[in-house]
Design a protein around this ligand. Structure first.
Ligand SMILES: Nc1ncnc2c1ncn2[C@@H]1O[C@H](COP(=O)(O)OP(=O)(O)O)[C@@H](O)[C@H]1O
Ligand SMILES: [Mg+2]
Length: 397
């Protein structure tokens, strides 16, 4: 005889087994050998901001390896590694100058399901394709971002590989280097998470009267640890838990920029307003306690816009009226391509071929590029750089 409560454990175990099955499917040797995306020469030239001729000449005179050989009459194109090498040889790296501070972007809202992890991972892969060095830090014990990098947080990640040993009340690590893992992307590293990271929150609750000082010391520690790591990166992207807790506050304080994703729905609008006023109070309290919060930019990003739903257009308009230029002009469109890629534990940027129709895929990809470019422009502005004008912008005056 099973009680309903015992069913919880059965359901959890059946769920874990299914996740592992899905992950194995996503990683069948045939379906995913690392990162298989390729870029044609025109695309490569556009990404490097040079002419195709410049690439061909460097290939001819031996500065670059010969172009990838044709397969079945088609050139498979350049890998991300090849693009990175090309950037080095042709002096086309977008990396920050050594004295510019790395962007440390928290993608935060206190609501679940608003697209934090989707924005985090797509932003990371967008920056990687553009040639930046990226570190993603999964600070959420729900670990969706870890999953989207192809790890099963339950089976592949131990507590010792998360932020826990560093943030614990009895820390076993004095810096964060131990936690940095390689990903299939040559220029994206990840600090993964799993459910056990939540122990950090329990420990604080149990620390009783010392709570305040424990909290402050953890804030300082996370900020210091991330700043030390960030020296090797251009962009650090933080995916905090969707609640007001130790870790999320520590992340908000460590970050130097804030992106707030929300859908164009009334519940998301209302909870985002709550989030903003809570942030306002908390940052005030933190600075009274000598913990400064300082952001280069704070922007809202509409993360799942459905153009066919009139209510989305209405709420988006309300958002524009309310937040003005703090709302990024380009929304991420709701797309089956994004949710289908998520089912394969991937981002749209990792797909070698469309999951849905070519048209759906292209539309989704173009929209993501445009939405993510808005964030890249803010980062580059922080480094005193103007974003190169897009060809369309020039054409359209
Ligand atoms: N633009 C989008 N189009 C389609 N599905 C999306 C989009 N953005 C997010 N989703 C889906 O919405 C769900 C919640 O997104 P997620 O990024 O996990 O939110 P959060 O991290 O805020 O909890 C996921 O299933 C994700 O695949
Ligand atoms: Mg998430």
């Amino acid at each position: 005889m099973h009680s309903e409560v015992e069913r919880l454990s059965e359901m959890a175990q059946a769920g874990e087994r299914m996740i592992e099955r899905l992950r194995k499917q996503a990683f069948l040797p045939d379906s995913r050998k690392g990162l298989n995306i390729r870029f044609g020469i025109a695309e490569a030239a556009q990404l490097l901001g040079c002419s195709t001729n410049r690439i061909r000449m460097a290939e001819d005179d031996g500065r670059l390896p010969p172009p990838p050989p044709t397969e079945n009459g088609r050139r498979p194109g350049y890998s991300i590694e090849a693009l990175q090498h090309m950037r080095e040889v042709l002096g086309a790296s977008p990396a920050r100058a050594p004295l510019d501070r790395p962007a440390m972007i928290a993608v935060q809202n206190f609501k679940g399901g608003v697209g934090k992890s989707t924005v985090t991972t797509h932003l990371a892969h967008y920056f990687a394709i553009q040639g930046y060095r990226v570190l993603v830090v999964d600070c959420d014990s729900q670990a969706t971002t870890t999953t989207l990098f192809g790890f099963n947080p339950h089976f592949n990640i131990t507590r010792e590989q998360t932020l826990y040993p560093y943030l614990s009340i009895d820390p076993t690590q004095t810096d964060l280097l131990y936690a940095v893992q390689k990903t299939p992307w040559p220029n994206v590293d990840l600090i993964p998470s799993n459910l056990e990271l939540f122990d950090v929150e329990y420990e604080l609750a149990a620390s009783g009267a010392d709570g305040g000082s424990v909290l402050a010391s953890r804030f300082r520690k996370l900020k210091q640890g991330l700043e030390d790591l960030a020296r090797d990166y251009d962009v650090v992207i933080l995916d905090p838990p969707p609640a007001l807790g130790t870790i999320s506050l520590a992340v908000m304080q460590a970050a130097n920029a804030l992106i707030v994703p929300l859908a164009a729905t009334t519940p998301d609008f209302c909870s985002t307003v709550q989030f903003l006023s809570m942030m306002d109070q908390v940052t005030g309290q933190l600075s009274q306690a000598g913990l400064t919060v300082d952001y280069d930019f704070v922007r809202l990003l509409c993360s799942k816009f459905d153009g066919n739903d009139p209510s989305h257009a209405m709420v988006r308009q309300i958002m524009e009226q309310t937040f003005g230029p703090a709302l990024l002009p380009v929304s991420i469109l709701e797309s089956a391509e994004i949710s289908h890629a998520a089912l394969r534990m991937m981002t749209v940027y990792e797909l070698e071929r469309p999951i849905g129709s070519v048209r759906t895929h292209k539309r989704c990809r173009a929209n993501l590029d445009e939405a993510m470019a808005q964030v890249a422009a803010l980062v580059r502005r922080g480094w005193g750089l103007a974003t190169p004008a897009s060809p369309e912008a020039v054409v359209n005056g």
